[in-house]
Design a binder for this molecule. Structure first.
Ligand SMILES: NC(=O)c1ccc[n+]([C@@H]2O[C@H](COP(=O)([O-])OP(=O)(O)OC[C@H]3O[C@@H](n4cnc5c(N)ncnc54)[C@H](OP(=O)(O)O)[C@@H]3O)[C@@H](O)[C@H]2O)c1
Length: 329
């Protein structure tokens, strides 16, 4: 495993980060722990969770915490081997202070996450989404407090545009607050609305950790035009967490698959390898349900794409790079 620098943090992380959004349901606790251990035994040291993750049972405002509990249990005796990322902002209840990026919510949720994760520090604390009601100064000052208290080591941002990351850098410099080290954004062959921010991240040494590089499993070759989705797939089990299986999508998937065939690699590995070639990308965060999916993701980190392959893939998956995104991780 070739470890990579996570932005300016000095942390060396695996080129694949283990996502935990499906832990709790459909992946139960015992299987989730087995997957975490198997990933770590194979060299993955980077784990991404969030205070709200509880698998497919999650609904807007549900209390979450399930995936963090599972990760905490999995890391008993192994905490120092992991770089652990968790997030704050999404609603965890119906009350006005149960969401967002106020100091009250952030500082309460840091403590709750620490308790569930059974650790006394979080390596990477991520502001999950921008909060338009709260000045960024307020949120960064709260993270600074958590860092000074030894509860958090580094700051990450998620779903923030380049200009918002830039604002956080100005504020950090002005106030001596922690500098953002990573940006977690959606990015795949099929979805690129944040792509133009990658050059900014590279220039300012911010590690990009894309989520849904497999576009919820669409970029794995398992969905076929005109056929129902496989019974154990996300499209069958949780259709509101995946794009609609429409003809224009299959046009792109089939063209990308022909490049995978030419290269002699599975479509999933090609999709992850494409993400890994993008500027400033450190580690795509991959969601998994089974051990073979972890092994597939690890193999993708060794796939080498030439500039010509990247060009062919870009031609295979032209804009528009969106469907309404159903997943708010
Ligand atoms: N910051 C945010 O707002 C945000 C939002 C979303 C996600 N995230 C993070 O990103 C992680 C990944 O997100 P995600 O799980 O939605 O997207 P993903 O990684 O694109 O998709 C993962 C799903 O694809 C399928 N899959 C994975 N490897 C496969 C393989 N080799 N062959 C066939 N199918 C395969 C599995 O589903 P099935 O087997 O069920 O089909 C798996 O659950 C999350 O766990 C979370 O940590 C963050």
């Amino acid at each position: 495993m070739q470890y990579r620098n996570l932005g300016s943090s000095g942390l060396l992380v695996s080129p694949i980060c283990l996502g935990t959004m499906t832990f709790g349901a459909p992946v139960g606790e015992a299987d989730s722990i087995k997957l975490i251990h198997a990933a770590m035994d194979r060299g993955i040291n980077f784990i991404d969770t969030a205070n709200v993750y509880e698998g497919y049972k999650r609904f807007l405002g549900s209390p979450g915490g399930v995936a963090e509990e599972i990760v905490g249990n999995a890391l008993i005796g192994r905490r120092d081997k992991a770089i652990l990322a968790t997030k704050v902002a999404a609603p965890v209840g119906p009350g006005p202070q149960d969401r967002g990026l106020s100091a009250t919510h952030i500082l309460r949720e840091v403590d709750r996450s620490l308790q569930r994760l059974k650790t006394d520090y979080i390596d990477l604390y991520i502001l999950h989404w921008p909060d338009k009601e709260v000045p960024l100064e307020t949120s960064l000052a709260a993270v600074d407090q958590a860092v000074k208290a030894g509860k958090v080591r580094y700051l990450g941002l998620s779903n923030h545009y380049g200009w918002q990351i830039c604002e956080s850098l100005w504020l950090a410099e002005r106030h001596g607050w922690p500098r953002v080290v990573s940006s977690q954004i959606p990015l795949s062959l099929l979805r690129r609305e944040f792509h133009h921010d990658l050059a900014f991240c590279r220039k300012h040494n911010i590690g990009v950790t894309p989520y849904q590089a497999l576009q919820s499993g669409l970029l794995t070759g398992k969905y076929r035009r005109g056929l129902p989705p496989p019974t154990d797939s996300r499209a069958a089990e949780k259709p509101d967490w995946i794009w609609k299986l429409e003809a224009p999508l299959f046009d792109r998937l089939e063209r990308a698959e022909s490049v995978a065939k030419e290269l002699g690699v599975p479509m999933s590995q090609l999709a992850l390898a494409w993400t890994l070639t993008q500027p400033s990308v450190t580690s795509p965060i991959v969601g998994v349900k089974r051990l073979d999916q972890i092994e597939d993701a690890i193999a993708a980190a060794s796939v080498k794409l030439t500039a010509d392959h990247v060009k062919q893939l870009d031609a295979a998956c032209p804009p528009p790079w969106t469907q309404n995104d159903p997943v708010r991780g």
